[in-house]
Design a protein around this ligand. Sequence first.
Ligand code: ATP
Ligand code: AH0
Length: 366
Amino acid sequence: MRRIVAVGLMSGTSMDGIDAALIATDGEDVEAFGPTAFRPYSEDERAVLRAALAAATTLTDRTARPGVLAEAERIVTDAHAETVEHLLAREDVDAVRVSLVGFHGQTVFHAPARRLTVQIGDGAALAKRLGIPVVHDFRAADVAAGGQGAPLVPIFHRALVRAAGLSGDVAVVNIGGVANVTRVAADGSLIAFDTGPGNALIDDLMRERTGAAMDRDGLMSLSGQVQAQTLAELIADPWFDLKPPKSLDRDAFSRAPVARLSTADAAATLAAFTAESIARGIALAGGADRIVVCGGGAHNPAILRQLAAMSRADVTTADAHGWSVDFIEAQAFAYLAARNRAGLPISFPETTGCPEPMSGGVLSLP
Ligand SMILES: Nc1ncnc2c1ncn2[C@@H]1O[C@H](COP(=O)(O)OP(=O)(O)OP(=O)(O)O)[C@@H](O)[C@H]1O
Ligand SMILES: CC(=O)N[C@H]1[C@@H]2OC[C@@H](O2)[C@@H](O)[C@@H]1O[C@H](C)C(=O)O
């Protein structure tokens, strides 16, 4: 395929907002990173999204939008359209120069064992409003074929690792609401899976105890003490020893074990829980010489310090390699949309457990 300019859009499990990023790619190589934009959800919008997650637990049909799910889908679609319109206007980019949008949508339910994964967001409506073809619904085909439907970013991580010429075995770790790892071995082979919690438990603790949306710069976690017994209780969950492929829904783990702790100790212990489950995941993947961290958790020194202490690898953040800590997932969905148009697979037995390399995503034309 020729090189195209694509916009990628990600609204992740943290539900902090929408990341948008332009890239130039032929679906194999990333030829250039372009401008980015972030559009936070308002507190009201976030409350609707949280209600949608609760409502979605009873879904059996991935296309049904009962009750609050219909309102949540409208909010998600409109907010994504606004984000792209803002980005293109700010950068003075004419929509005709953009060939494609990769639209992840918002995951409201993920249970691959039940062959069900639900991302809300109306791709057809977005294509019409923007006047740009949109690829959306990236996870459904993989899950229908028996895969986990996640993580999908690994093939993008590998493209970045190869282009950077990083030596040795490299683990790219994304710390979003949930955390996931991609291990790119020195021989180019790939293994990827979700490792456990990212920031979601810490965000939920902070909202409940202080009303803040996050533990900004890890200040609360850094002021507390990791409670070893509680951490041991959290990490004793047999899920962490399960062999990949494996993936998680946002609320797969409970923060009940930290309920009796002070806010500072609870935050410190949850940050250590995230770090230890990532370190275990990297070991399960075969270990790494280098760990490159991306996602919002890369801004939390409490997580990063614990991770560095628990692993013997060289730990850096994505920015140190010229990649983007905050927009790597949005860039990945632009890349995955381009792969869809190029007829290239987006998921693999080694990343989602699907039976064979699979294409993914649905195209909606304006
Ligand atoms: N300055 C900061 N200090 C501490 N934590 C931060 C900071 N900035 C972002 N975060 C954390 O990162 C989260 C957002 O991360 P990110 O945008 O990577 O997640 P996501 O894309 O929503 O999730 P996922 O990757 O699971 O889909 C916030 O909710 C917050 O917990
Ligand atoms: C079902 C779902 O939306 N999963 C997300 C979530 O957030 C992080 C982790 O869990 C990852 O598996 C996935 O997102 C990234 C973008 C992925 O598919 O690679």
